[in-house]
Design a protein around this ligand. Structure first.
Ligand code: RB5
Length: 151
């Protein structure tokens, strides 16, 4: 699985901790910024990573900002992305098993690094349950088609 990572300044430290974990596990990822000491707009960085998932270069994205919320809003603008802001083990689990999340968003001002790594581990291993959840996710993708045709 190829992972696209991105953060703003408020998510940078959390991203660093997750990168250390991914490297230790030998997982395949690329970081699309920002770098240390920059103050940036999360929109630009989240969009870059989400775009690369939508175009098939990457399988999933993990995005970091202050709360996880801004990155989720941005990524969810991209058809095909299901971005879920998670804050504990339960939300990380069901974001995969029920929502089939392909984009995890985490907040550097609401999570400590150990918790973030624990959520990433869960989100990477948890499988989508399908069944009734598949029907619901299919409806989300139908909405995307409908909304994009309206443009
Ligand atoms: C940046 O200060 C902060 O607003 C941003 O990281 C994030 O929390 C947005 O959702």
């Amino acid at each position: 699985m190829r992972l696209a990572l991105a953060s703003d300044h408020a998510g940078y430290e959390l991203k660093k901790a997750v990168i250390e974990y991914l490297q230790a596990e030998g997982l395949d990822f690329e970081d699309f910024g920002c770098g240390p000491g920059e103050s940036v707009d999360y929109v630009d960085y989240g969009a870059e990573a989400a775009r690369r998932v939508v175009n098939g270069e990457f399988d999933r994205a993990i995005l970091f900002c202050g709360t996880g919320l801004g990155m989720a809003v941005v990524a969810n603008k991209f058809p095909g992305i299901i971005a879920t802001a998670c804050w504990d083990e339960f939300t990380a689990t069901v974001s995969r098993s029920h929502n089939n999340s392909n984009c995890l968003t985490l907040g550097g001002r609401v999570l400590d690094p150990e918790k973030a790594v624990s959520l990433v581990k869960i989100w990477l291993k948890e499988e989508f349950e399908g069944g009734r959840h598949q029907r619901r996710v299919d409806k989300i993708h139908l909405l995307e088609q409908e909304l994009h045709q309206l443009k």
